[in-house]
Design a protein around this ligand. Structure first.
Ligand SMILES: [Zn+2]
Length: 118
């Protein structure tokens, strides 16, 4: 499904390894016509959720620094490379492309809001 090698993929992978065993999350943003990966703090633990919640401060900071937010990246440590129902709903709600990375197998999958059937 991935036709082009995303240049930020490496950054997202190494960030996911860095965050292990916790779930990592980040934003894909466009800056000067280039897609970049913006590291975000996962504050899900503050809410005792088994998911990811992007720190709103990181979101604001990213918006201020980049031209446009285009996607969300996260990973499932020790989990399957498969979007959960919560991921799909968030994808649809935020209307952003969702990426799931697995630094161990070096694989990445994505889902578009229009692919989510509710
Ligand atoms: Zn997920």
């Amino acid at each position: 499904m991935m036709n082009i090698e995303k240049c930020w993929k490496k950054d997202a992978m190494s960030y996911a390894s860095e965050c292990y065993p916790e779930e990592s999350c980040g934003i894909v943003a466009k800056k000067n016509n280039k897609e970049i990966f913006w590291k975000c703090k996962n504050i899900a633990h503050d809410f005792k959720l088994e998911a990811f919640v992007i720190d709103p401060n990181d979101w604001i900071e990213c918006e201020d620094n980049a031209d446009e937010i285009v996607g969300i990246v996260h990973n499932h440590p020790d989990g399957e490379l498969q979007f959960s129902d919560t991921d799909k709903i968030s994808c649809k709600e935020l209307d952003l492309t969702f990426y799931l990375v697995d630094p161990i197998s070096d694989r990445m999958i994505k889902i578009e809001p229009k692919e989510v059937k509710c």
